[in-house]
Design a protein around this ligand. Structure first.
Ligand code: KG4
Ligand code: ZN
Length: 332
C-alpha cells in the first residue's frame, strides 16, 4: 500500500510518500521558522496562510504518479485549527479526486511511530517518551494503534518551557536549540533548579514553574557575567533530570526494556547522552528517529496513516479536525 502523508498542524508543512513494501519513497518539508521568528512565536493565522501557499508547490516536488497512491493520510489533530484545516481539506480533496480512502492521523501517533521509518527499528512493545513543543508524554506502545498514556505534562510541554525560558533570556525563536547551545557554556554548579513532581509517585510532568524560577534567578543576578549561560544550564539540567527520572520509572513500572524518544526536544544532545547513560545502566535499548524526523514532518504521518489503512480503518466522509485530541482516545 502506498500512502501520501500531509502534516500541517503547526509551523511546518510536510509531505511524504510511504510504501508498505518499499519504505519511504520521498518527503519534503517547508519550515515557517523564519516567518514566525520576527513575532517571537507562532502566529496561528500566518501559519494557516503559509500552509495554503506552500502545500501545493511542496506536493509537486514529490514527483509521484497519483494513480500509484492507495490512500491519503493527514494530521487531524492536535494542533492549530486553521493550520490543521489546510492539510485536512487538501488531503480529503485529493483522496476524493483519486478515488482512494483518506484518514486523519493523530500527530503524536506520528511522532511515536517515526523510528519505524528506519531500516533498523524497535520491536513492539516499547515505552515512548514524546517531547515536543506542544506535548510531553510517556506512552506504553503495545503495537500500532495500542497506546496507553502513562503520564503527561499538566502545564507547559518540555519544548514550550525551553522556548519560553529562551525568550526571557533574550534568545530568538524557536529558543530550544539556542538555549541548549548556551547551556554548554554554563557552570552546572552555579544554580540548582527544582526537579518538578519527582518527589511524589506518578509519571506526570510540570515544567511551567521552571520558567518562573529562571526569571526570578535572572532578575536577582542580572549583573553577573555569563548569567544567561548559567541559567540556561541549570534549566536544561532540571528538565533533563526530570525526564530521566520519569523514564526510569516508566520502564520499571511497565517492565519494558525498549525506549523510543521522539519530538523536537529529542534532538537535544545532553538529553541523548544522559539517556545513553541510563540505558547502559538499566540494560535498555533507546531508539530515535533520524534527526529530520524528530521534528514535525510528513513522513511520520504517511507511515502512521499507512498502518491504519492497512488495518482496514477508513476516515469518515466529513472533514473533521480535532485541535485537542487525547492520544488514548480514538487510537486506543
Ligand atoms: O516536535 P516539534 O518539531 O514540534 C511540535 O510538535 O511541537 O518540537 C519543537 C520543539 C520546540 O519547542 C523546540 O524549541 C524544541 O522542540 N527543540 C529543542 C531542541 N531542538 C528543538 N529543545 C531543546 N533542545 C534542542 N536541541
Ligand atoms: Zn510535533
Amino acid at each position: 500500500m502506498r500512502v501520501l502523508g500531509i502534516e500541517t498542524s503547526c509551523d511546518e508543512t510536510g509531505v511524504a510518500i510511504y510504501d508498505s513494501e518499499q519504505g519511504l519513497l520521498g518527503h519534503a518539508l517547508h519550515s515557517q521558522v523564519a516567518l514566525h521568528a520576527e513575532h517571537g512565536g507562532v502566529v496561528p493565522e500566518l501559519a494557516s496562510r503559509d500552509h495554503v501557499r506552500k502545500l501545493v508547490p511542496l506536493l509537486h516536488t514529490l514527483d509521484f504518479d497519483p494513480s500509484s497512491i492507495d490512500g491519503v493520510a493527514y494530521t487531524a489533530g492536535p494542533g492549530l485549527v486553521g493550520a490543521l484545516l489546510v492539510g485536512a481539506s487538501m488531503g480529503r480533496a485529493l483522496a476524493w479526486s483519486w478515488g482512494v480512502p483518506a484518514i486523519g492521523v493523530h500527530h503524536m501517533e506520528g511522532h511515536l511511530l517515526a523510528p519505524m521509518l528506519e531500516e533498523s527499528r524497535p520491536d513492539f512493545p516499547f515505552v515512548a517518551l514524546l517531547v515536543s513543543g506542544g506535548h510531553t508524554q510517556l506512552v506504553q506502545v503495545g503495537a500500532p494503534g495500542h497506546y496507553r498514556l502513562l503520564g503527561e505534562s499538566v502545564d507547559d510541554a518540555a519544548g514550550e518551557a525551553f522556548d519560553k525560558t529562551a525568550k526571557l533570556l533574550g534568545l530568538g525563536y524557536p529558543g530550544g536549540p539556542a538555549l541548549a547551545r548556551l547551556a554548554e557554556r554554563g557552570d552546572p554548579q552555579r544554580f540548582r533548579f527544582p526537579r518538578p513532581m519527582t518527589n511524589r509517585p506518578g509519571l506526570d510532568f510540570s515544567f511551567s514553574g521552571l520558567k518562573t524560577f529562571a526569571l526570578n534567578t535572572f532578575q536577582a543576578h542580572r549583573e553577573e557575567p555569563n548569567i544567561e549561560a548559567h541559567i540556561a544550564r541549570a534549566f536544561q539540567d532540571a528538565v533533563i533530570d526530570t525526564l530521566i527520572i520519569k523514564c526510569r520509572r516508566a520502564l520499571k513500572e511497565t517492565g519494558l526494556s525498549r525506549l523510543v524518544v521522539a519530538g523536537g526536544v529529542s534532538a537535544n544532545r545532553m538529553l541523548r547522552s544522559r539517556l545513553r547513560e541510563m540505558a547502559d545502566e538499566l540494560g535498555v535499548e533507546v531508539w530515535y528517529p533520524r534527526p529530520e524526523f524528530c521534528t514535525d514532518n510528513g513522513a511520520m504521518i504517511a507511515y502512521a496513516g499507512c498502518q491504519r489503512l492497512l488495518a482496514g480503518e477508513r476516515g469518515a466522509v466529513e472533514m473533521e479536525v480535532k485541535p485537542r485530541w487525547p492520544l488514548a482516545d480514538g487510537v486506543g
